[in-house]
Write a protein that binds this ligand. Structure first.
Ligand SMILES: *Cc1c(COP(=O)(O)O)cnc(C)c1O
Length: 392
C-alpha cells in the first residue's frame, strides 16, 4: 500500500464557499445545494509537480498526481486515460484562414470520449471512500465511461438514459456489465430517477458536478494543453458545452497552475458552443444572467450537448466572463457538415460536438472575434464512430 503524492486538503463550495472534510462520500454542498470544488496544498504540490519532474511521468492524466484527489495508489482505476494528442491542424487552419489551429483529440480516450477522464477520477475516489454501487444519468458517453471504470474495479453500475439514446451507447453500457434503465425524458429526468433511487438502493450518484471529482479528471485537459504547448496557453479555447465540466475544470487548472508558478497570468478566452435547440448557457450569457434557466424542448444530434439545465451553470458563466470569452450556438446541420470538413482536412473523425467547435471557430473568424494570427484550440470531445448512425 503506497500513498500517492496527492496534496488534497478539503472541499469548498463553488457558490457559498463553505468548506468540508474531503474524506467522506458527498454530493452537493449540504448548505446551499451547489457543486463542491476540490482544494489542494498548492505550495506543497509545487515542490514536486515541476516541469522537469513531469517529463519523466507516465503518459496518462495520473501524471498530475499532486493535484488529483486519490490518496492510495491501489485505489486508482487506470485504463490509460488522458495525455491525448494535440495535433497542429495545418491543412484545416490554412483552409479556414487561421493557421495556428490545434485540435485536442479526446476521441483517443478509453471508451472513445473525454468522459473517461472524469469518470476515472469519480470512480477511483468513490471506491477509495467506500462506495459499493454507482449510478449515473447520461445522454451517452458518460454512461459508457462509468460502466467501464465500474467494471474495471468490480463495482455494480446503474445507468439511466433517455429512451431515444442511440443504440451504440446503450449496447456499450450493457456489454460492460451495467444495468441500463431507459427513461421517457431527458437527462435531467434521468437525474431525478437516480436521486430517487440513491437513498433506497445505496447507489452513489456520479452525476457531473454533483460529486466533486469528475471535474478533477477533466481539469487535466488544461494541464495537458499547457504542457503540450511548452507552458504557454492558446489565445482561444473552443469547447462544446453540456454540463460544462471541462470548461470549468480547465479554468480551475489555470488558476492552480498559476498559483504553482507553472504558467504566467495570460489566459485563453473561453468559448462555449451549444446546439441551436439546446442552448441554456448561451442564452444566459447574452442576457447577463448569473444562472441559466431550463431549456424547454431540448433536441440535438450531439448527445453530449443535450443538457437542458446544468447545476454548475454559474461556474461556466463565470469562467466565460472572467476570460473575456463568449458563447454561441451552431445548428445540427452545421455540425454534420463540419464533421466532414474536419475529417477530410485533419484525418480526425470527430463527434458532432467536436465539429461544432469548428463551425463556431469559422463564425468567430467571420465576425472578427478571432483574428487570423491567433492560436486556437478546438476540443474534439469524442469519436465520430459512436455516431455513425447519423450518416448511415
Ligand atoms: C459530455 C460531452 C460533452 C459536454 O461536456 P461537458 O464537460 O459536460 O460540458 C461534449 N462532447 C461530448 C462528446 C460529450 O460526451
Amino acid at each position: 500500500m503506497t500513498a500517492t503524492r496527492s496534496t488534497l486538503t478539503h472541499l469548498e463550495c463553488g457558490k457559498c464557499a463553505a468548506t468540508y472534510d474531503a474524506n467522506q462520500l458527498i454530493n452537493l454542498c449540504p448548505a446551499c445545494g451547489r457543486p463542491l470544488l476540490v482544494r489542494y496544498d498548492l505550495k506543497k504540490a509545487a515542490q514536486t509537480l515541476t516541469k522537469a519532474a513531469l517529463a519523466a511521468r507516465p503518459a496518462t492524466l495520473w501524471r498530475y498526481e499532486e493535484v488529483l484527489p486519490v490518496q492510495q495508489h491501489k485505489h486508482i482505476v487506470n485504463l490509460g486515460e488522458g495525455w491525448t494528442p494535440l495535433p497542429h491542424a495545418r491543412r484545416l487552419g490554412e483552409q479556414i484562414g487561421c493557421p495556428n489551429t490545434f485540435i485536442k483529440d479526446e476521441s483517443l480516450n478509453p471508451t472513445g470520449s473525454f468522459k473517461a477522464r472524469g469518470l476515472a477520477l469519480a470512480v477511483s475516489r468513490a471506491y477509495e471512500l467506500g462506495a459499493t454501487k454507482l449510478a449515473i444519468p447520461s445522454a451517452g458517453n458518460a454512461a459508457g465511461a462509468m460502466s467501464a471504470y465500474a467494471a474495471a474495479v468490480g463495482l455494480p453500475a446503474f445507468v439511466f438514459m433517455p429512451k431515444d439514446v442511440p443504440a451504440t451507447f446503450q449496447v456499450e453500457c450493457k456489454e460492460l456489465g451495467a444495468e441500463v434503465t431507459l427513461v421517457d425524458g431527458l437527462i435531467n429526468d434521468c437525474g431525478a430517477r437516480v436521486r430517487a433511487g440513491a437513498a433506497e438502493h445505496g447507489w452513489f450518484d456520479v452525476s457531473t458536478l454533483r460529486e466533486p471529482y469528475r471535474i478533477e479528471g477533466k481539469k487535466t485537459m488544461g494541464y495537458e494543453l499547457a504542457e503540450q504547448l511548452s507552458w504557454t496557453l492558446p489565445d482561444v479555447i473552443i469547447y462544446p458545452t453540456g454540463g460544462g465540466t471541462g470548461l470549468v475544470g480547465m479554468w480551475k487548472a489555470f488558476d492552480e497552475m498559476e498559483q504553482m508558478g507553472l504558467i504566467d497570468g495570460k489566459r485563453p478566452r473561453m468559448v462555449s458552443v451549444q446546439a441551436a435547440n439546446c442552448a441554456p448557457i448561451v442564452r444566459a450569457y447574452h442576457e447577463g444572467a448569473e444562472h441559466a434557466e431550463l431549456w424547454q424542448g431540448a433536441s440535438t444530434v450531439a448527445d453530449g450537448l443535450r443538457v437542458p439545465v446544468a447545476i454548475g451553470d454559474f461556474l461556466i458563466l463565470r469562467a466565460i466572463r472572467e476570460s473575456g470569452g463568449t458563447a454561441l450556438t451552431v445548428t445540427d446541420d452545421e455540425m454534420l457538415r463540419h464533421t466532414r470538413v474536419m475529417g477530410q482536412q485533419t484525418g480526425i473523425f470527430p463527434a458532432p460536438e467536436g465539429a461544432a467547435c469548428l463551425a463556431a471557430q469559422i463564425h468567430l473568424l467571420e465576425q472578427g472575434w478571432i483574428r487570423p494570427d491567433e492560436t486556437v484550440v478546438l476540443f474534439n470531445t469524442g469519436t465520430g464512430l459512436k455516431y455513425a448512425h447519423l450518416w448511415a
